[in-house]
Design a protein around this ligand. Structure first.
Ligand SMILES: [Zn+2]
Length: 119
């Protein structure tokens, strides 16, 4: 089981997402869902950025991209420590589009931009 971070945790093997009662945060749940459904590796070995586009597409489907973006302000989007918050809107769009294309290559996103489950 991965430890609670911001009131959310997962049991990756059992595919269970835990939330501290009263502290559910949908973007955080989408992130945990990425670990559970879009990552073939456990949270200890996963490459979290690989399902960033997957998360975005789910947030888009739910109509919460603004909340999702806000929730990811501190997310590291570059090897140099660049944070999502540091990017311009155009750069953010490019990062998301790049990660969607990578997700398609990884087989976690369909060519029609539908997030898929691989576990
Ligand atoms: Zn994570």
């Amino acid at each position: 089981m991965a430890p609670f971070i911001s009131a959310h945790a997962i049991d990756w093997t059992a595919r269970i997402i835990y939330v501290v009662k009263g502290r559910a945060d949908v973007p955080a749940i989408l992130h945990e869902m990425g670990h559970v459904f879009a990552s073939r590796r456990s949270p200890w070995h996963s490459k979290e950025f690989s399902f960033f586009g997957w998360e975005y597409l789910l947030a888009k489907e739910l109509g919460i991209t603004r909340a999702w973006a806000k929730s990811n302000q501190g997310y590291s989007v570059g090897d140099d420590g660049t944070l999502y918050a540091d990017l311009t809107p155009q750069q953010r769009k490019r990062v998301v589009q790049t990660q969607i294309l990578k997700g398609i290559k990884l087989g976690i996103i369909s060519k029609g931009h539908v997030p898929l489950t691989v576990r």
